[in-house]
Design a protein around this ligand. Structure first.
Ligand code: PEP
Length: 249
């Protein structure tokens, strides 16, 4: 039985004090969730938020990590550093990192390997932009993103990955994929995993949907057999909304 999950991605929002306050609210409102709950915070929040959520079922994620192990890379934060804060997950391949920071499939492949080597579970994001959806090449796009960064992994390592299908045209736009569009893509992604790793790994892989998922549409999206939960941006910044999404899973 695969893990169901709701993960938040705070992005570059909240100063440290605001982040601690939000984590405290979440700790108080998330008691016995029916799914894995993860919050992805900026690097500087990680150690403090780890203290706040200690003893609660909430897990912690970084939103990125370096593609180098250690050394003279000014401003970078390594996977080992992330893990040392208490974080157990790392969001990688988010479309904003691909688009604004030019993260290529090769760079992401290194990041995934380093995350795994340092005992961090990647939440690996894939998804097409609007023009690709309009040209009906979304399947080819996600296939090449998977082949470029994670299908090199052994079955044992791939089993530690959570995938997040995030159509870029739906992120932060208020345009959500319809439940049917999400299910169709998730089933396709699972079929690719089946081809590479076989039935068991495909069945066990958690595939999240992300893109303007909120407390109003979450239940309908999560009702699909291949949608195992959500990666939530905007709505993860408000404790009541994020808690409502968790309760919809
Ligand atoms: C995201 O950035 O991962 C995301 C899904 O954002 P939003 O929920 O705001 O669309």
């Amino acid at each position: 039985m695969r893990t169901k999950m709701v993960a938040g991605n705070w992005k570059m929002n909240k100063n440290l004090q605001e982040g601690i306050a939000l984590a405290t609210e979440l700790k108080n409102s998330v008691n016995t969730p029916a799914c894995e709950v993860v919050i992805g915070t900026p690097f500087i929040h990680l150690a403090s938020v780890a203290e706040v959520i200690k003893g609660s079922p909430i897990q912690l994620a970084a939103e990125n990590c370096a593609d180098k192990e250690s050394g003279a890379y000014t401003g970078e934060v390594s996977a080992a550093m992330v893990r040392s804060t208490g974080a157990t997950y790392c969001i990688l391949g988010h479309s904003e990192r691909r688009q604004y920071y030019h993260e290529t499939p090769e760079i992401l492949k290194e990041k995934v390997l380093l995350a795994l080597k340092n005992d961090l579970k990647p939440i690996f994001c894939i998804g097409e932009v609007k023009e690709e959806r309009e040209a009906s090449i979304q399947n080819e796009v996600v296939k090449s993103q998977l082949e470029g960064s994670v299908f090199n992994l052994s079955a044992e390592d791939f089993a530690k990955i959570t995938l997040a299908y995030e159509p870029v045209w739906a992120i932060g736009t208020g345009l959500t994929a319809t439940p049917a569009q999400a299910q169709e893509m998730h089933a396709y992604i699972r079929s690719l995993i089946r081809e590479h790793y076989g039935e068991q790994v495909a069945d066990d892989t958690t595939i999240l949907y992300g893109g303007s998922c909120n407390e109003k549409n979450a239940a309908e999206l999560f009702a699909n057999p291949d949608v195992d939960g959500g990666l939530i941006g905007g709505a993860s910044l408000v404790a009541e909304k994020f808690t409502a999404i968790i309760n919809a899973r």
